[in-house]
Write a protein that binds this ligand. Structure first.
Ligand SMILES: Nc1ncnc2c1ncn2[C@@H]1O[C@H](COP(=O)(O)OP(=O)(O)O)[C@@H](O)[C@H]1O
Ligand code: SF4
Ligand SMILES: [Mg+2]
Length: 441
Protein backbone atom coordinates (compact mmCIF):
# COMPACT_ATOMS: atom_id res chain seq x y z
CA UNK A 1 0.00 0.00 0.00
CA UNK A 2 1.56 3.29 -0.98
CA UNK A 3 1.37 6.18 1.46
CA UNK A 4 -0.67 8.96 -0.08
CA UNK A 5 -0.14 12.41 1.39
CA UNK A 6 -3.21 13.11 3.48
CA UNK A 7 -3.73 16.53 1.88
CA UNK A 8 -7.19 17.89 1.31
CA UNK A 9 -7.04 17.65 -2.48
CA UNK A 10 -9.67 15.54 -4.17
CA UNK A 11 -7.69 14.25 -7.11
CA UNK A 12 -4.58 12.10 -7.64
CA UNK A 13 -1.76 12.90 -10.03
CA UNK A 14 -0.86 10.41 -12.77
CA UNK A 15 2.28 9.49 -10.85
CA UNK A 16 0.31 8.80 -7.67
CA UNK A 17 -2.17 6.60 -9.53
CA UNK A 18 0.71 4.61 -11.06
CA UNK A 19 2.35 4.20 -7.67
CA UNK A 20 -0.89 2.97 -6.12
CA UNK A 21 -1.49 0.56 -9.02
CA UNK A 22 2.01 -0.92 -8.66
CA UNK A 23 1.66 -1.44 -4.90
CA UNK A 24 -1.83 -2.91 -5.38
CA UNK A 25 -0.66 -5.35 -8.05
CA UNK A 26 1.94 -6.77 -5.71
CA UNK A 27 -0.52 -7.19 -2.83
CA UNK A 28 -3.25 -8.68 -5.05
CA UNK A 29 -0.81 -11.21 -6.55
CA UNK A 30 0.26 -12.28 -3.07
CA UNK A 31 -3.34 -12.73 -1.87
CA UNK A 32 -4.48 -14.53 -5.04
CA UNK A 33 -1.56 -16.93 -4.68
CA UNK A 34 -2.51 -17.62 -1.06
CA UNK A 35 -6.09 -18.49 -2.13
CA UNK A 36 -4.83 -21.17 -4.53
CA UNK A 37 -2.14 -22.62 -2.28
CA UNK A 38 -2.57 -26.30 -1.39
CA UNK A 39 -2.30 -26.62 2.38
CA UNK A 40 -3.16 -29.47 4.76
CA UNK A 41 -6.56 -29.30 6.48
CA UNK A 42 -4.86 -28.86 9.86
CA UNK A 43 -3.75 -25.37 8.77
CA UNK A 44 -7.31 -24.11 8.50
CA UNK A 45 -8.91 -26.26 11.20
CA UNK A 46 -9.48 -24.42 14.46
CA UNK A 47 -11.78 -24.21 17.51
CA UNK A 48 -14.74 -22.06 18.44
CA UNK A 49 -14.18 -19.52 21.21
CA UNK A 50 -17.72 -20.24 22.43
CA UNK A 51 -19.26 -23.66 21.73
CA UNK A 52 -22.75 -22.09 21.48
CA UNK A 53 -21.82 -20.33 18.24
CA UNK A 54 -21.86 -21.73 14.74
CA UNK A 55 -20.08 -18.72 13.24
CA UNK A 56 -17.51 -16.38 14.77
CA UNK A 57 -16.26 -13.48 12.67
CA UNK A 58 -13.23 -11.84 14.28
CA UNK A 59 -11.45 -8.69 13.18
CA UNK A 60 -12.40 -9.22 9.53
CA UNK A 61 -10.78 -6.89 7.01
CA UNK A 62 -11.93 -7.09 3.38
CA UNK A 63 -10.51 -4.56 0.96
CA UNK A 64 -10.83 -3.58 -2.69
CA UNK A 65 -7.58 -2.60 -4.37
CA UNK A 66 -8.53 0.16 -6.85
CA UNK A 67 -6.41 2.64 -8.79
CA UNK A 68 -7.80 5.38 -6.58
CA UNK A 69 -6.50 3.62 -3.47
CA UNK A 70 -7.50 0.82 -1.12
CA UNK A 71 -11.23 0.76 -0.27
CA UNK A 72 -11.52 -0.68 3.24
CA UNK A 73 -15.05 -1.98 2.69
CA UNK A 74 -14.96 -4.14 5.85
CA UNK A 75 -12.55 -2.71 8.37
CA UNK A 76 -12.24 -4.85 11.51
CA UNK A 77 -15.63 -6.50 11.98
CA UNK A 78 -16.27 -8.88 14.92
CA UNK A 79 -19.57 -10.67 15.67
CA UNK A 80 -20.97 -14.13 16.44
CA UNK A 81 -23.92 -16.18 15.26
CA UNK A 82 -25.21 -18.55 17.97
CA UNK A 83 -26.80 -21.83 16.85
CA UNK A 84 -30.51 -21.62 15.92
CA UNK A 85 -30.65 -17.86 15.93
CA UNK A 86 -31.23 -14.99 13.53
CA UNK A 87 -28.61 -12.27 13.48
CA UNK A 88 -29.52 -9.09 11.62
CA UNK A 89 -26.93 -6.81 10.04
CA UNK A 90 -28.24 -3.33 9.41
CA UNK A 91 -26.78 -0.09 8.05
CA UNK A 92 -27.05 2.36 5.17
CA UNK A 93 -26.25 1.37 1.62
CA UNK A 94 -22.48 1.05 1.09
CA UNK A 95 -21.58 0.35 4.73
CA UNK A 96 -20.15 -3.10 3.95
CA UNK A 97 -23.03 -5.51 4.60
CA UNK A 98 -22.76 -7.37 1.31
CA UNK A 99 -18.97 -7.44 1.40
CA UNK A 100 -19.23 -9.04 4.87
CA UNK A 101 -21.58 -11.75 3.58
CA UNK A 102 -19.56 -12.31 0.42
CA UNK A 103 -16.44 -12.70 2.57
CA UNK A 104 -18.15 -15.39 4.67
CA UNK A 105 -19.09 -17.26 1.48
CA UNK A 106 -15.62 -16.48 0.01
CA UNK A 107 -17.32 -15.02 -3.05
CA UNK A 108 -15.46 -11.68 -3.10
CA UNK A 109 -14.54 -10.84 -6.67
CA UNK A 110 -10.77 -11.19 -7.01
CA UNK A 111 -8.19 -10.03 -7.77
CA UNK A 112 -9.35 -6.59 -6.57
CA UNK A 113 -11.62 -7.82 -3.73
CA UNK A 114 -9.68 -9.65 -1.00
CA UNK A 115 -9.90 -10.73 2.62
CA UNK A 116 -6.68 -9.27 3.99
CA UNK A 117 -6.97 -10.09 7.68
CA UNK A 118 -9.13 -11.72 10.37
CA UNK A 119 -10.82 -15.06 11.05
CA UNK A 120 -14.18 -16.54 10.08
CA UNK A 121 -14.65 -19.61 12.27
CA UNK A 122 -17.47 -21.87 11.09
CA UNK A 123 -18.67 -25.06 12.76
CA UNK A 124 -19.28 -27.66 10.10
CA UNK A 125 -21.03 -31.00 10.42
CA UNK A 126 -19.59 -32.94 7.54
CA UNK A 127 -19.21 -36.52 6.36
CA UNK A 128 -16.20 -38.29 7.85
CA UNK A 129 -13.73 -39.70 5.32
CA UNK A 130 -11.33 -42.64 5.49
CA UNK A 131 -7.64 -42.34 4.52
CA UNK A 132 -8.58 -42.71 0.84
CA UNK A 133 -11.06 -39.82 1.08
CA UNK A 134 -14.17 -42.07 0.95
CA UNK A 135 -17.26 -41.58 3.12
CA UNK A 136 -17.54 -44.08 6.01
CA UNK A 137 -20.88 -45.98 6.14
CA UNK A 138 -22.76 -46.47 9.40
CA UNK A 139 -23.58 -50.20 9.79
CA UNK A 140 -26.72 -51.72 11.20
CA UNK A 141 -26.21 -53.52 14.54
CA UNK A 142 -28.17 -56.21 16.37
CA UNK A 143 -29.31 -56.00 20.01
CA UNK A 144 -25.83 -57.15 21.19
CA UNK A 145 -24.17 -54.30 19.33
CA UNK A 146 -22.68 -56.59 16.69
CA UNK A 147 -22.67 -55.51 13.04
CA UNK A 148 -25.30 -57.28 10.94
CA UNK A 149 -24.09 -58.88 7.71
CA UNK A 150 -26.12 -59.36 4.55
CA UNK A 151 -25.67 -61.39 1.35
CA UNK A 152 -23.99 -59.77 -1.63
CA UNK A 153 -26.39 -60.13 -4.58
CA UNK A 154 -25.62 -60.59 -8.26
CA UNK A 155 -27.30 -58.66 -11.08
CA UNK A 156 -30.29 -61.04 -11.03
CA UNK A 157 -30.81 -60.56 -7.28
CA UNK A 158 -29.51 -64.02 -6.30
CA UNK A 159 -26.88 -64.41 -3.52
CA UNK A 160 -23.31 -64.42 -4.89
CA UNK A 161 -21.26 -67.47 -3.89
CA UNK A 162 -17.53 -67.89 -3.30
CA UNK A 163 -15.36 -70.79 -4.67
CA UNK A 164 -16.51 -73.13 -1.89
CA UNK A 165 -20.16 -72.38 -2.63
CA UNK A 166 -20.72 -70.27 0.48
CA UNK A 167 -22.70 -67.02 0.17
CA UNK A 168 -20.52 -63.85 0.14
CA UNK A 169 -21.56 -61.43 2.86
CA UNK A 170 -20.90 -57.76 3.64
CA UNK A 171 -21.75 -55.50 6.59
CA UNK A 172 -25.23 -54.04 6.21
CA UNK A 173 -25.36 -50.24 5.89
CA UNK A 174 -27.95 -48.44 7.99
CA UNK A 175 -30.68 -46.84 5.86
CA UNK A 176 -32.63 -43.69 6.73
CA UNK A 177 -36.42 -43.28 6.46
CA UNK A 178 -36.06 -42.63 2.71
CA UNK A 179 -33.99 -45.76 2.11
CA UNK A 180 -30.80 -43.73 1.61
CA UNK A 181 -27.59 -45.10 3.15
CA UNK A 182 -26.33 -43.33 6.30
CA UNK A 183 -22.67 -42.22 6.58
CA UNK A 184 -20.62 -41.17 9.60
CA UNK A 185 -20.52 -37.44 10.32
CA UNK A 186 -18.24 -35.31 12.43
CA UNK A 187 -18.09 -31.72 13.65
CA UNK A 188 -15.13 -29.64 12.56
CA UNK A 189 -14.41 -25.93 12.88
CA UNK A 190 -12.85 -24.33 9.80
CA UNK A 191 -11.33 -20.89 9.53
CA UNK A 192 -12.95 -19.91 6.26
CA UNK A 193 -10.65 -16.91 5.85
CA UNK A 194 -7.66 -19.27 5.62
CA UNK A 195 -9.26 -22.02 3.52
CA UNK A 196 -7.96 -22.68 0.00
CA UNK A 197 -10.72 -21.40 -2.28
CA UNK A 198 -11.22 -24.87 -3.81
CA UNK A 199 -12.24 -26.31 -0.43
CA UNK A 200 -15.11 -23.83 -0.22
CA UNK A 201 -17.11 -25.99 -2.65
CA UNK A 202 -17.47 -28.46 0.23
CA UNK A 203 -19.20 -25.83 2.33
CA UNK A 204 -21.33 -23.82 -0.07
CA UNK A 205 -24.81 -25.23 -0.51
CA UNK A 206 -24.54 -27.96 2.08
CA UNK A 207 -23.12 -26.10 5.10
CA UNK A 208 -23.97 -22.52 4.19
CA UNK A 209 -26.26 -21.14 1.53
CA UNK A 210 -27.07 -17.68 0.31
CA UNK A 211 -30.33 -16.04 -0.77
CA UNK A 212 -29.57 -13.01 -2.93
CA UNK A 213 -31.56 -9.87 -3.54
CA UNK A 214 -32.27 -10.59 -7.21
CA UNK A 215 -33.18 -14.26 -7.71
CA UNK A 216 -33.10 -14.02 -11.52
CA UNK A 217 -29.32 -13.63 -11.43
CA UNK A 218 -28.85 -16.83 -9.43
CA UNK A 219 -31.38 -19.08 -11.20
CA UNK A 220 -30.31 -20.55 -14.52
CA UNK A 221 -32.82 -19.46 -17.20
CA UNK A 222 -32.38 -22.56 -19.40
CA UNK A 223 -33.17 -25.22 -16.78
CA UNK A 224 -36.48 -25.94 -15.07
CA UNK A 225 -36.88 -25.16 -11.38
CA UNK A 226 -37.10 -28.92 -10.76
CA UNK A 227 -33.82 -29.55 -12.53
CA UNK A 228 -32.01 -26.94 -10.48
CA UNK A 229 -33.54 -28.05 -7.18
CA UNK A 230 -32.85 -31.75 -7.81
CA UNK A 231 -29.23 -30.95 -8.52
CA UNK A 232 -28.71 -29.54 -5.01
CA UNK A 233 -29.91 -32.82 -3.46
CA UNK A 234 -27.99 -35.01 -5.90
CA UNK A 235 -24.84 -33.05 -5.11
CA UNK A 236 -25.18 -33.07 -1.34
CA UNK A 237 -26.85 -36.35 -0.39
CA UNK A 238 -24.56 -39.32 -1.15
CA UNK A 239 -26.53 -42.16 -2.72
CA UNK A 240 -29.54 -39.99 -3.61
CA UNK A 241 -31.57 -41.29 -6.56
CA UNK A 242 -33.43 -39.13 -9.10
CA UNK A 243 -36.77 -40.15 -7.57
CA UNK A 244 -35.58 -39.23 -4.10
CA UNK A 245 -34.28 -35.86 -5.34
CA UNK A 246 -37.62 -35.08 -6.97
CA UNK A 247 -39.57 -36.06 -3.87
CA UNK A 248 -37.34 -33.80 -1.79
CA UNK A 249 -37.59 -30.89 -4.24
CA UNK A 250 -41.39 -31.02 -4.12
CA UNK A 251 -41.21 -31.16 -0.31
CA UNK A 252 -38.98 -28.06 -0.28
CA UNK A 253 -41.34 -26.16 -2.60
CA UNK A 254 -44.18 -27.11 -0.26
CA UNK A 255 -42.18 -25.98 2.74
CA UNK A 256 -41.68 -22.50 1.27
CA UNK A 257 -45.42 -22.16 0.80
CA UNK A 258 -45.81 -22.83 -2.91
CA UNK A 259 -49.36 -24.08 -3.47
CA UNK A 260 -48.82 -26.05 -6.69
CA UNK A 261 -45.34 -27.45 -6.24
CA UNK A 262 -45.58 -29.92 -9.18
CA UNK A 263 -46.39 -27.12 -11.59
CA UNK A 264 -43.60 -24.88 -10.30
CA UNK A 265 -41.23 -27.89 -10.40
CA UNK A 266 -41.80 -28.16 -14.16
CA UNK A 267 -41.59 -24.39 -14.82
CA UNK A 268 -38.72 -22.26 -16.09
CA UNK A 269 -37.63 -19.27 -13.95
CA UNK A 270 -39.10 -16.66 -16.36
CA UNK A 271 -42.55 -18.23 -16.03
CA UNK A 272 -42.72 -17.29 -12.34
CA UNK A 273 -43.43 -14.01 -10.55
CA UNK A 274 -40.74 -12.22 -8.52
CA UNK A 275 -42.19 -13.45 -5.23
CA UNK A 276 -42.35 -17.04 -6.51
CA UNK A 277 -38.77 -16.90 -7.73
CA UNK A 278 -37.64 -15.65 -4.34
CA UNK A 279 -39.46 -18.57 -2.70
CA UNK A 280 -37.74 -20.95 -5.12
CA UNK A 281 -34.37 -19.41 -4.21
CA UNK A 282 -35.12 -20.03 -0.55
CA UNK A 283 -36.16 -23.62 -1.35
CA UNK A 284 -32.84 -24.06 -3.14
CA UNK A 285 -30.97 -22.65 -0.17
CA UNK A 286 -32.80 -25.12 2.09
CA UNK A 287 -32.35 -28.18 -0.10
CA UNK A 288 -28.83 -28.77 1.17
CA UNK A 289 -30.11 -28.38 4.77
CA UNK A 290 -27.41 -25.82 5.52
CA UNK A 291 -26.46 -24.80 9.04
CA UNK A 292 -26.27 -21.18 8.03
CA UNK A 293 -28.48 -19.28 5.61
CA UNK A 294 -27.22 -15.88 4.54
CA UNK A 295 -30.05 -13.71 3.23
CA UNK A 296 -28.79 -10.46 1.68
CA UNK A 297 -31.71 -8.03 1.34
CA UNK A 298 -33.96 -10.99 0.48
CA UNK A 299 -37.10 -8.90 0.17
CA UNK A 300 -35.87 -5.56 -1.17
CA UNK A 301 -36.93 -6.24 -4.76
CA UNK A 302 -40.41 -7.41 -3.76
CA UNK A 303 -43.62 -5.51 -3.05
CA UNK A 304 -44.72 -5.01 0.55
CA UNK A 305 -47.29 -7.84 0.84
CA UNK A 306 -44.92 -10.43 -0.64
CA UNK A 307 -42.15 -9.03 1.56
CA UNK A 308 -44.19 -9.76 4.67
CA UNK A 309 -44.98 -13.29 3.44
CA UNK A 310 -41.33 -14.08 2.75
CA UNK A 311 -40.28 -12.78 6.17
CA UNK A 312 -42.97 -14.89 7.84
CA UNK A 313 -41.61 -17.82 5.89
CA UNK A 314 -38.08 -17.24 7.20
CA UNK A 315 -39.41 -17.04 10.76
CA UNK A 316 -41.30 -20.28 10.25
CA UNK A 317 -38.38 -22.10 8.68
CA UNK A 318 -35.98 -21.16 11.42
CA UNK A 319 -38.23 -23.04 13.82
CA UNK A 320 -38.63 -26.02 11.48
CA UNK A 321 -35.02 -26.64 10.49
CA UNK A 322 -31.98 -26.64 12.66
CA UNK A 323 -30.17 -23.64 11.21
CA UNK A 324 -29.24 -20.03 11.81
CA UNK A 325 -29.93 -17.03 9.62
CA UNK A 326 -27.70 -14.06 8.88
CA UNK A 327 -30.19 -11.47 7.68
CA UNK A 328 -28.81 -8.42 5.92
CA UNK A 329 -30.92 -5.36 5.29
CA UNK A 330 -30.92 -1.57 5.30
CA UNK A 331 -34.42 -1.69 6.80
CA UNK A 332 -34.56 -1.61 10.61
CA UNK A 333 -38.26 -2.55 10.44
CA UNK A 334 -37.42 -5.91 8.83
CA UNK A 335 -34.80 -6.59 11.50
CA UNK A 336 -37.29 -5.75 14.27
CA UNK A 337 -39.60 -8.52 13.08
CA UNK A 338 -36.97 -11.15 12.60
CA UNK A 339 -33.72 -10.92 14.51
CA UNK A 340 -32.60 -12.18 17.91
CA UNK A 341 -29.37 -10.18 17.75
CA UNK A 342 -28.60 -7.05 15.78
CA UNK A 343 -25.30 -5.76 14.41
CA UNK A 344 -25.24 -2.12 13.26
CA UNK A 345 -22.59 -1.27 10.65
CA UNK A 346 -21.31 2.13 9.63
CA UNK A 347 -18.58 2.74 7.03
CA UNK A 348 -17.14 -0.77 7.22
CA UNK A 349 -17.18 -1.09 11.00
CA UNK A 350 -19.60 -2.26 13.66
CA UNK A 351 -20.66 0.70 15.77
CA UNK A 352 -23.21 -1.06 17.98
CA UNK A 353 -24.48 -4.58 18.64
CA UNK A 354 -26.88 -6.21 21.05
CA UNK A 355 -30.08 -8.19 21.37
CA UNK A 356 -32.93 -6.96 19.17
CA UNK A 357 -34.68 -5.61 22.27
CA UNK A 358 -31.60 -3.63 23.35
CA UNK A 359 -31.11 -2.10 19.92
CA UNK A 360 -34.77 -1.13 19.61
CA UNK A 361 -35.61 -0.03 23.12
CA UNK A 362 -32.25 1.34 24.14
CA UNK A 363 -30.23 2.34 21.07
CA UNK A 364 -27.02 3.96 22.36
CA UNK A 365 -25.09 5.14 19.31
CA UNK A 366 -26.29 8.43 17.80
CA UNK A 367 -26.29 6.70 14.39
CA UNK A 368 -28.54 3.86 15.61
CA UNK A 369 -30.82 6.44 17.21
CA UNK A 370 -30.98 8.22 13.84
CA UNK A 371 -31.77 4.95 12.03
CA UNK A 372 -34.50 4.28 14.57
CA UNK A 373 -36.03 7.70 13.85
CA UNK A 374 -35.86 7.15 10.09
CA UNK A 375 -37.64 3.78 10.34
CA UNK A 376 -41.01 3.92 8.58
CA UNK A 377 -43.94 3.02 10.86
CA UNK A 378 -47.70 2.81 10.32
CA UNK A 379 -48.03 6.18 12.07
CA UNK A 380 -45.37 7.97 10.08
CA UNK A 381 -46.53 6.75 6.67
CA UNK A 382 -47.31 9.78 4.53
CA UNK A 383 -45.10 12.05 6.63
CA UNK A 384 -41.62 12.85 5.42
CA UNK A 385 -39.15 10.40 6.92
CA UNK A 386 -36.31 11.63 9.09
CA UNK A 387 -32.99 11.45 7.28
CA UNK A 388 -29.58 11.54 8.94
CA UNK A 389 -27.92 14.53 7.24
CA UNK A 390 -24.35 14.50 5.93
CA UNK A 391 -22.03 12.04 4.21
CA UNK A 392 -19.88 9.05 5.05
CA UNK A 393 -16.14 9.85 4.85
CA UNK A 394 -14.20 8.88 1.69
CA UNK A 395 -13.59 5.11 1.97
CA UNK A 396 -10.03 5.29 0.62
CA UNK A 397 -9.04 7.91 3.16
CA UNK A 398 -10.82 7.32 6.46
CA UNK A 399 -10.08 9.74 9.32
CA UNK A 400 -8.52 8.53 12.60
CA UNK A 401 -11.48 9.81 14.65
CA UNK A 402 -15.08 8.56 14.81
CA UNK A 403 -16.37 8.09 11.23
CA UNK A 404 -19.78 9.48 12.21
CA UNK A 405 -18.38 12.75 13.58
CA UNK A 406 -19.35 14.97 10.63
CA UNK A 407 -22.97 13.88 10.93
CA UNK A 408 -23.31 13.58 14.69
CA UNK A 409 -25.39 16.06 16.70
CA UNK A 410 -23.96 14.84 20.03
CA UNK A 411 -20.32 15.31 19.09
CA UNK A 412 -18.09 16.56 21.93
CA UNK A 413 -14.40 17.42 22.44
CA UNK A 414 -13.20 13.81 22.72
CA UNK A 415 -14.74 12.94 19.36
CA UNK A 416 -11.88 14.67 17.52
CA UNK A 417 -9.48 12.25 19.21
CA UNK A 418 -8.98 8.55 18.48
CA UNK A 419 -11.59 6.28 16.94
CA UNK A 420 -13.85 5.21 19.86
CA UNK A 421 -13.27 1.74 21.36
CA UNK A 422 -16.10 -0.81 21.80
CA UNK A 423 -17.64 -0.28 25.24
CA UNK A 424 -19.82 -2.88 26.95
CA UNK A 425 -23.07 -1.42 28.27
CA UNK A 426 -24.75 -4.76 29.20
CA UNK A 427 -23.64 -8.41 29.03
CA UNK A 428 -24.87 -8.50 25.42
CA UNK A 429 -24.84 -4.84 24.37
CA UNK A 430 -21.77 -3.05 22.93
CA UNK A 431 -21.29 0.42 21.47
CA UNK A 432 -18.37 2.32 19.92
CA UNK A 433 -18.97 5.95 20.90
CA UNK A 434 -17.09 8.31 23.22
CA UNK A 435 -20.33 9.22 25.04
CA UNK A 436 -20.10 5.85 26.83
CA UNK A 437 -16.37 5.78 27.53
CA UNK A 438 -16.64 6.58 31.26
CA UNK A 439 -19.27 3.85 31.83
CA UNK A 440 -16.50 1.25 31.63
CA UNK A 441 -14.32 2.79 34.38
N1 LIG B 1 -16.06 -4.29 -6.69
C1 LIG B 1 -15.84 -3.24 -5.91
N2 LIG B 1 -14.80 -2.40 -6.12
C2 LIG B 1 -14.57 -1.35 -5.31
N3 LIG B 1 -15.31 -1.05 -4.24
C3 LIG B 1 -16.36 -1.85 -3.97
C4 LIG B 1 -16.69 -2.98 -4.78
N4 LIG B 1 -17.79 -3.58 -4.26
C5 LIG B 1 -18.12 -2.86 -3.16
N5 LIG B 1 -17.27 -1.83 -2.98
C6 LIG B 1 -17.30 -0.82 -1.92
O1 LIG B 1 -17.38 -1.49 -0.67
C7 LIG B 1 -18.23 -0.77 0.21
C8 LIG B 1 -19.27 -1.71 0.81
O2 LIG B 1 -20.13 -2.18 -0.19
P1 LIG B 1 -21.33 -3.18 0.12
O3 LIG B 1 -20.88 -4.22 1.07
O4 LIG B 1 -21.83 -3.65 -1.19
O5 LIG B 1 -22.40 -2.25 0.81
P2 LIG B 1 -23.86 -2.63 1.34
O6 LIG B 1 -23.80 -2.36 2.80
O7 LIG B 1 -24.79 -1.68 0.65
O8 LIG B 1 -24.15 -4.04 1.00
C9 LIG B 1 -18.81 0.38 -0.58
O9 LIG B 1 -18.09 1.54 -0.23
C10 LIG B 1 -18.57 0.01 -2.01
O10 LIG B 1 -18.36 1.16 -2.78
S1 SF4 C 1 -18.00 9.24 19.22
FE1 SF4 C 1 -18.70 11.36 19.23
S2 SF4 C 1 -19.01 11.87 17.07
FE2 SF4 C 1 -18.93 9.66 17.22
S3 SF4 C 1 -21.02 9.02 17.44
FE3 SF4 C 1 -20.23 9.22 19.51
S4 SF4 C 1 -20.73 11.31 20.10
FE4 SF4 C 1 -20.96 11.21 17.89
MG1 LIG D 1 -25.66 -4.85 -0.25
Amino acid sequence: MSEIKKSEKHYLTGKEVREIAKANQKEMRRLEKAKKRKIPQSEYTTEMKDEKNILEVENLHSYFFTDQGVVKAVNGVTFNIPANSTVGVVGESGCGKSVTSMSIMRLLQGPSGQIVDGSIRFKVSDFKRDEKGRFIPVYEKDENGDVIFENVLDSKGAPKLDKEGNPIVKPKQLLDANGIGVFEQEETVFDIAKMPIKEMYRLRGRQMAMVFQEPMTSLNPVFTIGNQLDEVTLLHVPGATNEFAKKRSIEMLNLVGIAMPERVYASFPHELSGGMRQRVMIAMALAGEPRLIIADEPTTALDVTIQAQILDLFNDLKNKINSSILLITHDLGVIAEMADYVVVMYAGRIIEQGTASEIFHNPCHPYTQGLQKSKPTMKSSGEKLFNIPGNVPNPVNMPNNCYFKERCSKCEGKCSGEYPAMVQVSPTHFVACHLYDNKED
